[in-house]
Design a binder for this molecule. Structure first.
Ligand code: AMP
Ligand code: GLY
Length: 415
């Protein structure tokens, strides 16, 4: 089969690596891809938002299956256009992708179908939003309704911060249209985990759990980022939590989307928090998580092309997971998530059999790979325990003599 992966980040490189293992593969393409993918895939210079360009390329290159990484093309209707052209694509339609594209829609949906989540209210008027904050007090969480590249969530520990977030979103339009509506929700305390599933309408096939680390610095300090590292599976998630999340969250959501006439096909990602009352939804994503994918896919034993094909055909892919752990550490450009330099030569790593490198913000310069983004690459390890993986990953990073142009967290995967 000829397979096309849409996107350019670590998540997409991880997909490319897994797809490249398949013996059903003829040609593998990535659009636009990144510098590190060239070993496994042909990178095509088409932007992920150039939907007509992607449709045309998929026809020209006789692509049999397209997998979409990022959320923005999903909400712009890439899947709908591929369907119109009779092209196979593993991704939700824009109607189904609204579960991620609009937080107010997701909250309304969860309320209607009794999916556990934080209490909330929706506002477009700043005065009303502020009155609600005055009434509820802090801590409280203010979220831009639309897609904001992970930056539209303010967990306000004081009322002042929450009021400021309302001004930023509704008055100063810091997130433009994405913040023209805000969701204000109850602050939930507990450990978080991510649960992703392959979904086709009412069929839900869960993956192993993962934990993302969104803050830039050790001990979950500093600004939120796209994710500084992850591990899988999460040892503190019990069988009971999993069964509950599967039945009360993922299955109910898949079924509810059918009732809403927005049947879901693709990856459903639940960002969950373990409260005293059990797991609750923090957010839905309608795609693979980044960097969760980079530590989950290495544990999948199945042929990923077969999994996508089976799920699209309504067949149980019979997922089999390795009884191992996986840890991934992001190497970021110094200054990220603020401003940083690009074009810096990336460190060399002496990979071993258990370690792997997934590229994100890298590009091929004349004779070397150089940095081209905030999150540059991920150093991963698969092994018998989280500790063994963490030792492996940190060992590799230490030996690479990473310069001051880059930084990474020192506490991920260490229990
Ligand atoms: P999101 O982009 O919706 O995943 O939110 C980013 C991060 O904000 C989450 O990973 C949580 O750590 C935090 N967060 C979001 N909603 C809540 C909430 N209701 N209570 C506590 N923390 C939250
Ligand atoms: N890791 C969170 C996300 O992909 O949005």
């Amino acid at each position: 089969m000829n397979v096309l992966v849409v996107g350019r980040g670590g998540r997409e490189h991880s997909l490319v690596k897994k797809l490249a293992e398949s013996n059903q593969l003829t040609n593998l393409y990535a659009a636009p891809g990144n510098g590190g993918m060239q070993e496994e895939a042909v990178c095509i210079d088409i932007d992920e938002m150039d939907i007509e360009g992607l449709v045309a390329y998929a026809k020209e290159a006789s692509i049999d299956l397209t997998v979409v990484g990022p959320e923005t093309p999903l909400n712009a209707g890439i899947t709908n256009r591929f369907h119109e052209e009779g092209l196979a694509v593993f991704a939700p339609t824009k109607e189904a992708a609204l579960l991620e594209g609009s937080k107010s829609y997701a909250k309304e949906f969860m309320k209607k179908y009794d999916v556990p989540t934080a209490d909330y209210a929706v506002f477009t008027n700043a005065e009303e939003a502020k009155a609600y904050i005055e009434e509820k007090g802090a801590p409280i969480v203010v979220k831009a309704d639309g897609l904001a590249a992970g930056k539209g969530v303010i967990v306000a520990m004081t009322k002042e911060e929450a009021l400021q977030a309302v001004d930023d979103m509704l008055v100063s339009k810091a997130f433009l249209n994405a913040g023209a509506t805000v969701v204000i929700e109850e602050f939930l305390a507990g450990k978080e985990f991510s649960l992703m599933a392959f979904v086709h309408e009412n069929q839900v096939f869960p993956m192993v759990t993962a934990r993302d680390h969104k803050r830039a610095f050790d001990n979950d300090q500093g600004p939120n980022t796209g994710g500084m590292g992850a591990f899988a599976p999460v040892p503190d998630v019990t069988r009971e939590h999993l069964d509950f999340s599967m039945e009360q969250i993922l299955q109910k959501t898949a079924d509810g989307m059918i009732s809403e006439d927005r049947p879901f096909t693709g990856i459903l990602y639940a960002g969950l928090i373990m409260t005293n009352a059990g797991p609750k939804v923090i957010e839905f994503n309608t795609r693979f998580g980044d960097p969760e994918t980079q530590v989950v896919l290495p544990l999948l034993k199945n042929d990923l092309i077969q999994v996508f094909t089976d799920v699209l055909n309504g067949k149980d892919p019979e997922l089999v997971w390795e009884d191992q752990s996986c840890v991934g550490l992001v190497l970021a450009s110094e200054g990220y998530p603020g401003s940083y330099e690009k074009g810096v030569a990336i460190p060399q790593f002496n990979e071993s059999a258990s370690t792997f490198i997934v590229h994100a913000g890298t590009k091929q310069a004349e004779d070397a790979l150089v940095s081209d983004g905030g999150r540059v690459l991920l150093v991963g390890s698969k092994g018998p325990s989280l500790d063994a993986c963490a030792n492996d990953v940190y060992g590799l990073l230490e030996k690479a003599n990473v310069s001051g142009d880059f930084f990474y967290r020192k506490d991920i995967g260490k229990q």
